[in-house]
Write a protein that binds this ligand. Structure first.
Ligand SMILES: Cc1cc2nc3c(=O)[nH]c(=O)nc-3n(C[C@H](O)[C@H](O)[C@H](O)COP(=O)(O)OP(=O)(O)OC[C@H]3O[C@@H](n4cnc5c(N)ncnc54)[C@H](O)[C@@H]3O)c2cc1C
Length: 465
């Protein structure tokens, strides 16, 4: 494709929608999930096809403009939205086509988890993804993708079969185990470093439509006992379950929460069963026996409701900040830090969701994907500060940093998960992947994006060739 720096030529060839400063819809289109970000692209190209993506890349290159890629706009750093460059907006590429027989789905590069879940659950199927349904499939998958199905089916990337990618030079390729295997490896964990993914193909699982959900909630004063209980309990769970630890979680003002506990901070264990309800009831019984909770809530619920359970706790436009790290175990030292500091967030939205990575997740070999963390059973601790109030947000940002600093000496990977990085300096990205994986990623980067066009991400610098 010949480079065109002529805006009129670009406009007439482009099949999607273009927004420029002052246009109706520009401000909405440039606003990411994190309300702390205020970036102003000179042009937003809402693409309707891979060809549009190639045209937008070409236009940006011809003008020497920076490029950003927007999937679901949930990056904490707001990397979906360039300040002063061209934003490639994939939100219109949100079609999900399910092959019921083959149990696979082709998913547009701008799809949200809610759209993916709705389309797959129509057939009693699901793809492993995350725990908040307004998140984008693209960014989540490219960094790994952990959520309620990780123990049962692995990460999102462990179920990626192929991806259609527009490369920096405008070429459209399909990456899979057979075609461009180096690119396919890099896409599975290496973030948006290698090109613009316009379509993902996932393996699906028979899930639901109903699942069994249990929430057990204890006061902050029981922190040490509860976290020791979690340490012993979680490794006993079967693969067809899921568990999330909520440290410093605020009890929601929901009908199932006794009114006296509304808004109270505490620690929770959320346990999901995908098998028969009786198995789930038996599975959770040790929780109430060993440390009596303040309240518990057991219910069957649709899988799609589970996927939306936390949506209100992380609303669009909130000011958000986070840091994460991996720990191998809930050691006494880790428990001391969590019990002493975990409940210290001022905002009811600030807490620590702790993901248990186990089961099927551990059956994938370390080298199979570019995922940054280890494949042995471990926990990813996400320390999250969020508020609509600027002053409270700044207080909680300091709290996030203090909890991170206190946990760091006990971390197995202090770089944490690339998708949970509000700050992604080069050292941190390299630490997250480890030197060997980082160097392999850098070689793939040098092949597919030697000019580092795609640098608004957890950036891998192209290896020097
Ligand atoms: C409220 C909230 C809840 C979350 N929950 C989870 C969770 O449960 N599990 C989990 O694993 N993570 C979770 N995350 C982290 C999430 O995975 C990352 O923020 C991820 O980047 C979001 O993807 P996105 O497409 O929405 O974001 P965007 O901001 O649109 O994209 C982030 C980056 O990904 C790249 N990118 C996006 N789309 C494409 C594309 N089509 N092709 C190439 N590159 C692309 C770009 O580099 C972009 O800068 C959560 C984040 C938030 C804010």
């Amino acid at each position: 494709m010949a480079a065109s720096s002529n805006p009129e030529e670009f406009r007439s060839a482009f099949g999607g929608t273009i927004f420029e400063p002052g246009d109706d819809g520009y401000d909405e289109a440039r606003s990411p999930w994190n309300g702390d970000i205020d970036h102003r692209p000179v042009l937003i190209a809402r693409c309707s096809s891979p060809g549009d993506v190639a045209l937008a890349l070409d236009y940006a290159a011809s003008k020497g403009l920076e490029v950003s890629v927007r999937g679901g706009a949930h990056s904490y750093r707001g990397t979906a939205v360039t300040d002063g460059g061209v934003m490639i907006d994939l939100s219109a590429l949100n079609t999900v086509v399910v092959d019921v027989e083959a149990k696979t789905a082709r998913v547009g590069g701008g799809t949200t988890l809610a759209t993916l879940d709705a389309a797959t659950q129509e057939h009693g199927l699901a793809a492993p993804a995350g725990v908040i349904s307004h998140t984008g499939v693209a960014g989540l998958t490219l960094g790994g993708g952990m959520g309620w199905l990780t123990r049962l089916a692995g990460l999102s990337i462990d179920n990626l079969l192929s991806a259609e990618v527009v490369l920096a030079n405008g070429e459209v390729v399909r990456a899979s185990a057979e075609s461009h295997p180096d690119l396919f490896w890099g896409l599975r964990g290496g973030g948006g470093n290698f090109g613009v993914v316009t379509e993902f193909e996932f393996r699906l699982y028979e899930i639901g439509p109903m699942i069994s959900f249990g929430m057990f909630f204890w006061g902050l004063e029981s922190g040490r006992e509860v976290l020791r209980l979690a340490r012993d309990y979680i490794p006993t769970l079967p693969p067809n379950s899921a568990v999330l630890i909520g440290v410093g979680l605020s009890a929601p003002p929901a009908p199932f929460v006794p009114e006296e506990f509304h808004g109270r901070k505490g620690h929770a264990l959320l346990v999901v069963g995908y098998g028969p309800p009786d198995d789930h009831a038996e599975m959770v019984s040790p929780l109430r026996e060993q440390v009596p909770p303040l309240f518990e809530f057991l219910t069957p619920m649709p899988f799609t409701a589970l996927q939306q359970l936390f949506d209100e706790d992380a609303p669009w436009g909130v000011l958000g900040y986070e840091k994460s790290l991996d720990i191998d175990d809930l050691s006494d030292e880790v428990i001391d830090v969590l019990a002493d500091l975990g409940g210290g967030g001022t905002s009811p939205m600030s807490f620590l969701p702790i993901f248990s990575l186990a089961g099927r997740f551990t059956e994938i070999s370390e080298d199979d994907t570019a995922f940054g963390g280890s494949r042995s059973p471990h926990y990813t601790v996400n320390i999250e500060g969020a508020s609509h109030d600027r002053e409270i947000f700044e207080t909680d940002r300091a709290w996030v940093r203090s909890v991170f600093d206190a946990l760091s000496p006990y971390a197995s990977n202090v770089g944490g998960y690339v998708n949970f990085m509000a700050e992604a300096d080069a050292d941190r990205v390299r630490t997250s992947y480890g030197p060997d994986k980082y160097d392999r990623l850098a070689a793939v980067k040098a092949t597919y994006d030697p000019g580092n066009v795609f640098h608004l991400n957890a950036n891998i610098k192209p290896a020097l060739t």
